[in-house]
Design a binder for this molecule. Structure first.
Ligand code: AMP
Length: 207
């Protein structure tokens, strides 16, 4: 296949989801967040999936691949894809390599301390998926309400202390080794800058 494949990586709370959304809109690429795909799953699998997610545990490689394959087959992926949340371990990276030629990896860097702070204050709009943060930025204009669509903001079930700790541990143990695997394709970005500046940096590097 010839479409562009960009991976957005970084510890939880690094802003990869926010940036993947912004950059995909600018470059007219499909944004695929495996976390969102899992959260949107309905039917008999939904209960099993949310038990994993809420505890901060990864779902099986087989299940995530099945869901991802279905999504990638859709027409909006023809131009290219930004993958956010996949691969999350070396086995998933190798599976991806067997099907696609990954172009670049955008690695957003923040410290573990910053990650914990951001996740603890993170709120999302369940309707339009806009992201907010009560402890950092962007804060909603009206407390608890989405600026864009007026919906009541919610906190993710896996943004509690035990799950946050487990997810950060998993990131270091399982996801970080992927960076060495793709070492020649990595673009490092300072994740502490403003949202707008990060998007600018990424776009300038992907040109
Ligand atoms: P995220 O929204 O990327 O933080 O993902 C939320 C949760 O979905 C993770 O903590 C995992 O439980 C699950 N998940 C997302 N992507 C993957 C993946 N590639 N492999 C396994 N589990 C995943």
């Amino acid at each position: 296949m010839t479409q562009k494949i960009y991976l957005f990586m970084g510890i939880q709370g690094s802003g990869k989801g926010t940036q993947a959304k912004r950059v995909s809109e600018k470059l007219k690429l499909a944004h695929i967040s495996t976390g969102d795909l899992l959260r949107e799953t309905t039917g008999k699998l939904a209960k099993e999936i949310s038990a994993y997610i809420d505890d901060g545990k990864m779902v099986s490689d087989e299940l995530i691949l099945k869901i991802l394959k279905k999504r990638i087959s859709k027409a909006d992926c023809k131009n290219g894809i930004i993958l956010d949340g996949y691969p999350r371990n070396i086995k998933q990276a190798k599976t991806l390599d067997s099907k696609f030629d990954v172009n670049k990896i955008i690695k957003l860097h923040i410290s573990d301390r910053e990650s914990i702070k951001r996740l603890s204050g993170r709120y999302t709009c369940p309707k339009c998926k806009a992201g907010y943060n009560m402890l950092t930025v962007p804060k909603p204009k009206k407390k608890g309400i989405c600026d864009k669509c007026g919906e009541k903001l919610i906190q993710r079930d896996d943004d509690h202390k035990t799950a946050i700790k487990r997810r950060i541990k998993d990131y270091h143990k399982k996801t970080k080794p992927i960076l060495a695997h793709y070492k020649n394709k990595i673009i490092k970005i300072n994740g502490l800058q403003s949202i707008e500046q990060i998007t600018k940096d990424i776009l300038s590097k992907l040109k």
